[in-house]
Design a protein around this ligand. Structure first.
Ligand code: GRF
Length: 186
């Protein structure tokens, strides 16, 4: 089974997925919409082919998603794992990969969707936040939830400490969930 990871930034989750033993699928492509993103060098170091594009060079989302879809079809990719891909997925990819696009979000959805979810939780003074893995639909962080894990916020936590705690959970949970999803779908 082949899969693609979509990312826009640092790529620590991409790295964690790549390092998981017996993941159950091959990550055959990294799709990235930010030519300067650090994730690109990580993919190159791991010999994962990359598809890097600039959205502003396309007339519409449908145009660049059609380009991506054609590449994924050519490679026979079955699954898309979003790992810090900072765009909504449009109808072109949603139709082709219905039920096979997964996202990770650093909060206990439906709390704190959207940008800077960790900062949102930190400033809200809640006692816990966490990590959610969910199916992607047309909304922003709204699809059906697959797995969640809580992360307590202690009164002494700085934002940086909270970020670290959440990342640790992300890097363990996302590869585990991917492994069980692909194994249950074969
Ligand atoms: C992660 O916190 C993920 O939950 C969110 O974006 C961040 C990506 O971080 N969707 P990285 O690029 O994987 O380091």
């Amino acid at each position: 089974v082949k899969a693609a990871v979509f990312a826009s930034g640092t790529g620590s989750n991409f790295q964690a997925i790549m390092e998981k033993e017996n993941l159950g699928c091959d990550i055959t492509l990294l799709v990235c919409d930010q030519p300067e993103a650090k994730v690109i060098a990580k993919a190159e170091a791991l010999h994962v082919p990359t598809l890097v594009f600039e959205p502003k060079q396309y007339a519409s989302k449908a145009d660049f998603e059609t380009m991506i879809r054609d590449k994924l079809q050519e490679l026979d990719v079955q699954w898309i794992f979003l790992a810090g891909y900072m765009r909504l997925i449009g109808p072109t990819l949603l139709q082709e990969f219905e039920g096979r696009i997964i996202n990770i979000h650093p909060s206990l959805l439906p709390q704190f969707p959207g940008l800077d979810a960790i900062g949102q939780a930190f400033r809200a003074n809640v006692e816990q936040t966490g990590v959610t893995i969910h199916y992607v639909d047309a909304g922003m962080d709204t699809g059906p939830i697959i797995a969640q894990e809580k992360v307590p916020i202690s009164k002494t936590d700085t934002l940086e400490q909270l970020q670290q705690k959440i990342q640790q959970v992300e890097h363990r949970l996302y590869p585990e969930v991917i492994q069980s999803l692909v194994n249950n779908n074969q």
